[in-house]
Design a binder for this molecule. Sequence first.
Ligand code: SF4
Length: 443
Amino acid sequence: MGERVHMVSLGCPKNRVDSEVMAGKLRRAEWSVVDDPAEADVILVNTCSFIQAATEESVNTILELAAFKESGACRKLVVTGCMAQRYAGELEEALPEVDLFVGTGEFHRIDELLARPDAPRTVVGEPTWLQGDEDPRVNSALPHSAWLKISEGCDHRCAFCIIPKLRGKLRSRSLPSLVAEARRLVDQGVVELNLVSQDSTAWGRDLDGGADLGDLVRALAEIDGLRWIRVHYLYPHGVPEAFLDAMAREDKVVEYVDIPLQHVSGPVLKAMRRGVSADEQRRILERIRSRVPDASIRTTFIVGFPGETDRDFERLLAFVGEGWFDHVGVFTYSAEEGTAAAKFPGQVPAEVAEARRDELMRLAARLSAERLAARVGRVEEVLVDGPSPDSELVLAGRLRTQAPDVDGRVYLEFPPEDLRPGDIRQVRITRSGDYDLVGEVVD
Ligand code: SF4
């Protein structure tokens, strides 16, 4: 029997795709991936370090799993991903339990690094690597749904964000590479693809021939067997018209726009160095609504950014109160070492930022409940995911406008016996809550 690895993937779906690539490379090298850390020869933690809280979660996970070096079969503890990249060198002393640190530009060499007895303890370089369709990958999501990473890195320099330092400059995967990987996933049973990157709006800008996101989703829509294509992380400036056009015309491109705005008040957007004004943001939202009237719009906001005044926050509340959004995520600002904003004057006290977050979340929950209540009585397509994470006894699925992990669900009452995960069925919505719905299969 080959060696066994136990893997933990923290952070965002992009990190999860990296974990899936590492699992693919290790499987190809005859490793087996095991669920029980006590059985593993190697334990690997793919870390997140976007904000301080994520770094703390990464460290706590590493320390918990380090115990298996004493109590289990583990002989090597490996730390990969954003935290290894961000704190390269500093971690060797801080985490003596860890045997190998691998950065965001080198994780694809995990099979080779684990096979080499002379591998250095820290392997962190410039992040330039880009996944190709020939790279093996093990889908760790539900068998009928997968994430597809369309590009890596980001060319923006938002004042609060460390990501460009951790992930490098924009590198788009080629259209043939993405179509080939998507076909392979569909051959394995995937019916829903969620496209992810740091900045999906920019996909294709760095490719010869000038493709854009519209070309990509149209090419993916031609794949037989693929039913839903959802795009995440649209930077608000320059969303291609061809993409909205594809969403309006092509049934497989679901009417869902995930567009992190971060704020709406002009002075805060300027200080954030977002490169987009409040008016431009309003115009793109209007453009989305006029091209795709029933689009669900998801966004995220940061409250408590340095210099954010009560007036700025009131503008944000008023804007959200206009009812543009179906899904709103709210974060309190975290001053990250190595970012411009960490040195800005006017840092907002934590309790003020938290109170603003709570107030905005309450408003967003009320608006979400109103929008979901309007769906009661309608018959909508639902992708069946399987038993709900809350109870094995209840089946759950999602609307076209509900992305996995981040949005709500549809709980299915009285499910017919032939219902299978991966089915897309017509469901009458019977009840609604703040984020979730209840419905009955009617086809
Ligand atoms: S666009 Fe997103 S990933 Fe890029 S720097 Fe801004 S916040 Fe970070």
